[in-house]
Unconditional design. Structure first.
Length: 282
């Protein structure tokens, strides 16, 4: 129930520092701790035993479940204690035991989580990560420092991402994957270490990308990773062709990669079931 007249509702056992700023209609559950410097937007619900500290700004209409730890210092031996920042947007669901740490160095920015994300139990967002919008992190998904995750990416359970890795928009990473290079947009990655094994046709369709665009993305991804060809040469060839916004973004993702992009594994006959599952439905 929303507190009457949009008033803030704080459980008697919660500890809220007077220097914390709480918006209208905020609810704070039993034994929660909100320290000085924290700012929480209107109608956000903070569950039992949640602990929020540091220069942390949380937008409106978020729901934070039991024992989440938000805004803690980076897990980095050389951290100098600077008042670095964490910024979380609106309408996120942050489930039990999620940990989100603030940035490492003030001059290099902050950790940021966008809007409408779903972070499931036990997932971890390390210092300086940049999370887009509508991202799903399943139980136990772990992001090391400086990882970037694009809009509508899906990170399955117990996946682990090396520091500075990028995950493109609408990419999907299968459970237990160990990701040490960039995951391109629209791709499906799996394995230990991870590799690309196809395109996220279902996710693209649900996002409103038409059949022609989905097929173009699939063909370009295969061309870039054509066996026996240097990906850089393929990118030069593709750059001279006229593509839509989605494919141009895919090509640019490859061009700007610093860690390198995961290798593409051509499916064999044993992948018939997957191919059927991924087939576009017009």
């Amino acid at each position: 129930m929303m507190p009457p007249n949009g008033e803030t509702k704080i459980h008697p056992t919660a500890l809220v520092d007077p220097k914390a700023e709480l918006g209208e209609g905020v609810e704070v559950g039993p034994n929660a701790i909100i320290e000085a410097g924290v700012r929480i937007g209107d109608r956000t619900k903070v569950g039992p035993m949640v602990h929020i500290q540091g220069a942390t700004e949380i937008g409106p209409d978020n729901v934070i479940y039991t024992a989440a730890m938000i805004g803690f210092p980076p897990q980095f031996l050389g951290f100098d204690g600077s008042p670095t920042r964490l910024v979380i947007g609106a309408r996120n669901t942050i489930r039990e035991l999620v940990t989100i740490h603030r940035g490492l160095k003030m001059e290099e920015g902050s950790t940021r989580v966008g809007d409408d994300n779903f972070l499931m139990t036990g997932s971890h967002v390390a210092h300086d990560c940049q999370i887009g919008n509508h991202v799903i992190m399943v139980n136990g998904a772990l992001l090391a420092g400086h990882v970037e995750v694009g809009d509508r990416a899906f990170l399955s359970g117990n996946t682990a991402f090396h520091q500075f890795v990028r995950v493109g928009k609408l990419a999907m990473v299968s459970g237990l994957a160990r990701v040490n290079k960039d995951v391109p947009p629209y791709a499906i990655a799996e394995g230990h270490p991870a590799h690309i094994r196809g395109v996220n046709s279902v996710g693209m369709r649900r996002a409103g990308l038409g059949p022609a665009v989905r097929m173009e993305i699939k063909r370009v991804l295969q061309r870039i990773n054509q066996p026996g060809r240097n990906p850089s040469e393929m990118l030069d060839e593709l750059n001279s062709e006229d593509y839509g916004t989605e494919v141009q973004g895919l090509i640019e993702f490859y061009r700007t990669s610093k860690r390198g992009v995961l290798p593409f594994t051509i499916q064999d006959s044993t992948a018939a079931t997957r191919e059927k599952h991924e087939k576009d439905e017009d």
